[in-house]
Write a protein that binds this ligand. Sequence first.
Ligand SMILES: Nc1nc2c(c(=O)[nH]1)N[C@@H](CN(C=O)c1ccc(C(=O)N[C@@H](CCC(=O)O)C(=O)O)cc1)CN2
Ligand SMILES: [Mg+2]
Length: 298
Amino acid sequence: MPAQVIDGKAFAARLRERVGQEAAKFAEAAGRKAGLAVVLVGEDAASQVYVRSKHKATVAAHMESFEHRLPADTAEADLLALVAQLNADPAVDGILVQLPLPDHLDEQAVIAAISPDKDVDGFHVTNAGRLAVGQSGFVPCTPLGCMMLLTDRLGDLSGLEAVVIGRSNIVGKPMAQLLLDANATVTIAHSRTRDLPAVVRRADIVVAAVGRAEMVKAEWLKPQATVIDVGINRLPPEPGADKGRLVGDVDYTGAQGVAAAITPVPGGVGPMTIAVLLRNTLVAAYRNAGLDLPEGAL
Ligand SMILES: Nc1nc2c(c(=O)[nH]1)N[C@@H](CN(C=O)c1ccc(C(=O)N[C@@H](CCC(=O)O)C(=O)O)cc1)CN2
Ligand SMILES: [Mg+2]
């Protein structure tokens, strides 16, 4: 039987719908809408698409969207001044600086300038620390979205073997932490892992976040594994085409013959990122307004 397709696009649409309903209730209770500020520096084509999608999704979810587009040659001091202004603005509950930034800007310094209580991306070192020690804070959107898909599919993850391929601060490390918090037995594999196929083969759950097109082969997988593919890689265009196909980090077609369930690319993990961003923004708004988000609402 071919693997079941984990439809992240549909799951994300349902989550955005629920967030929208709760955001409308928030606006009633607080007398203002929840607000998300998104800062885009430069002209990166993919970033422009993501920022436009965030704006549309924010407005559709009954929240206020504050978009700030700065030129590619913006000085770091000017970007930090904008972040400071957004930190101080009571209409702004969440702040997100779209990554990657142009090379002359220090991403870590910019993220460090965002108030941890408005850091809805969960990238600030304070939120990374909160996650590491089990305190409540903001969790990065992509790994939290992966966890939602996994728990929806598998229920209790206790005791399952999970392998996360990739050790980035934004996906790999928080993903491993979340799986650990769910009592999975977690291995983080990376470019120096000696026998990656053997490591992957023991996993009930594989999360691939390396950014290398179709690197994870079907024969590496344990039969009936659940595969979460975080990669979004564009292949070179076929002759006559102007754009190449999008593929993940996993050989999707091959894996379908081995896995129990797998996320497609596109339409798997990607759409969860923006849905969880809206969810985190609403959580921030409730906290900033001193109101309680109804238990189990999101
Ligand atoms: N400040 C941040 N910067 C970046 C983040 C982030 O979470 N915060 N993540 C990515 C980009 N990103 C959102 O910002 C993002 C990436 C992909 C998708 C998505 O839905 N992808 C689609 C395919 C899109 C396509 O056709 O090209 C999919 O996988 O189905 C949404 C958001 C880096 N920067
Ligand atoms: Mg840089």
